[in-house]
Design a protein around this ligand. Structure first.
Ligand SMILES: Cc1cc2nc3c(=O)[nH]c(=O)nc-3n(C[C@H](O)[C@H](O)[C@H](O)COP(=O)(O)O)c2cc1C
Length: 190
């Protein structure tokens, strides 16, 4: 049974992370969720969804989702000896991306990402900013060299999306593909 960590930051696009949590939970994976303080403000602002209520709803349906305290370094996911199948930060702000690129682990989200890098586990950052500056690009390069995957939140349109959900699912499906998790969230090119 797989275990994933989902990081939610204060970048725009919180719906991507929420959809990803649903998709992983639906597969009966264990999902640890870490939200930064800013994410907790941006999520309800953008989506009208409250993270705690969203996760409680999934728990009541029997899914295995755990909301971590971003200030708790005693959490299992702060340690490399706790086995996980990787971490996805969706959406990832340029601030969090910079912290991880520079090894600054001053919250649990940063620390869990740092653990994924040191343990050579998948680390995907759904980077959300446009345009990007030189510092952002250099940080992305640093992370790519360290083994992370930068996933710009830039959906393709060749799958002919007709709804906002189609566009969200395109990105979530691409992330699942990258983790070799079967999905039919978007029409694959054939
Ligand atoms: C509504 C809203 C949208 C934002 N969108 C972005 C974004 O897309 N990308 C980004 O890097 N920062 C964005 N920010 C700024 C970040 O929230 C800010 O840099 C914050 O310090 C990030 O902290 P965190 O990475 O700890 O969540 C946004 C802020 C707000 C209020």
């Amino acid at each position: 049974m797989k275990t994933f960590i989902i990081g939610l930051t204060g970048a725009s696009g919180s719906i991507y992370g929420l959809r990803l949590i649903e998709e992983l939970a639906k597969r009966d994976y264990l999902v640890h969720v870490i939200a930064t303080d800013t994410a907790k403000q941006v999520i309800p602002f953008e989506t009208d969804i409250h993270l705690e209520a969203f996760l409680e709803d999934l728990q009541q349906k029997g899914y295995r989702v755990v909301l971590e305290d971003a200030a708790n370094f005693f959490s299992s996911v702060a340690s490399g000896s706790y086995q996980t199948d990787g971490m996805i930060i969706a959406p990832c702000s340029m601030g969090t991306l910079a912290e991880i690129a520079h090894g600054i682990s001053d919250n649990l989200l940063d620390r869990a990402a740092d653990v994924c890098l040191k343990e050579r586990r998948p680390l995907i950052l759904l980077a959300r900013e446009t345009p990007v500056n030189l510092i952002n690009l250099e940080n992305m390069l640093t992370l790519t060299k360290a083994g992370a995957t930068i996933f710009p939140a830039s959906p393709g349109f060749y799958s002919k999306p007709t709804t906002l959900n189609d566009i969200i699912d395109f990105m979530v499906g691409k992330i699942l593909d990258s983790l070799q998790i079967e999905n039919t969230l978007f029409k694959k090119w054939s």
